[in-house]
Design a protein around this ligand. Structure first.
Ligand SMILES: C[S@@+](CC[C@H](N)C(=O)[O-])C[C@H]1O[C@@H](n2cnc3c(N)ncnc32)[C@H](O)[C@@H]1O
Length: 253
């Protein structure tokens, strides 16, 4: 079954600065593995418009703008933004309904990003349907999400239960990230791989590419403690999603 309500979002008002500090560290998995893989999946962004849903401080979008992206918008509810460069607008808003964010009604984008932010949508299917409706003809969504096995394994270790019990549990769970801010508790909804894949189908999207990025050998040698994290908890999943072309949507063109 596709879960209909997302992770609680309010703690992000407190968590965002700790998250950004952790992300900026030389040995963060985002810097070593995730952002390079996300960047590769995006390809050449010259002349393309990008919407970053749950953009954090907006630094990734700013980099894309320096690499040629135009008319970029970042949306986040923590409002802990950098000074945006030319061609980038950073807006306070909820990614659950991107079309309702100030200035976005009627707009379309070549690339829409949900980078480790999709779980916070109040209704994942609705959020993706809206994003799909905002894509240009050749546009795609880049969505990344933590491997569900990682959360299940962590909970199994904490609770003395089995991987399967936790993986298939449907109870919300509390989660604290030690390197972001150990005092802030996030409430998360578990999901399985089938939940995730069914969400994409229900939103009328197909998966063009899936990537499970791992650490390059030289980086693994330099940062063995981070390689050990990936070896145990697998890391994150990345999907390039495109609109399914139904006979009616093709005829409408
Ligand atoms: C794990 S961070 C990822 C940030 C960024 N996308 C990245 O890849 O570094 C999740 C982000 O989602 C934002 N967020 C959480 N719930 C949100 C919501 N309902 N609407 C908009 N942003 C939200 C948080 O404030 C935070 O910046």
């Amino acid at each position: 079954m596709v879960p209909m309500s997302g992770d609680a979002t309010r703690p992000w008002q407190r968590l965002s600065s700790g998250f950004e500090e952790a992300r900026a560290r030389e040995d963060s998995l985002d810097r070593l593995v995730e952002w390079p893989a996300q960047r590769e999946l995006l390809g050449d962004v010259t002349g393309l418009s990008v919407l970053d849903a749950g953009c954090g401080n907006g630094a990734k979008l700013a980099q894309l703008a320096t690499e040629g992206a135009v008319d970029c918008v970042g949306v986040d509810l923590s409002e802990n933004f950098i000074e945006p460069p030319r061609g980038v607008r950073l807006v306070l808003g909820d990614l659950s309904d991107l079309a309702a964010v100030p200035g976005l009604s009627g707009r379309s984008f070549d690339r829409i990003l949900f980078l480790q932010s999709f779980g916070y949508a109040a209704d994942g299917v609705a959020a993706l349907r809206t994003a799909r409706s905002m894509l240009t003809d050749d546009g795609f969504i880049l969505l990344t999400r933590t491997q569900p096995v990682r959360h299940a394994l962590e909970r199994a270790e904490q609770n003395g239960t089995s991987l399967g019990e936790e993986y298939f549990s449907t109870d919300a769970f509390s989660y604290r990230h030690r390197t972001w801010d150990e005092h802030v508790t996030l409430t998360k909804r578990p999901y399985t791989m089938s939940d995730l894949l069914n969400t994409f189908s229900a939103a009328g999207l197909w998966i063009d590419t899936t990537v499970e990025p791992q650490m390059a050998a030289d980086l693994a040698e330099r940062y063995p403690h981070k390689k050990a994290v990936l070896d145990r908890y697998l890391g994150i999943l990345m999907f390039r999603l495109r609109p399914l072309q139904t006979p009616s949507s093709t005829a409408a063109r």
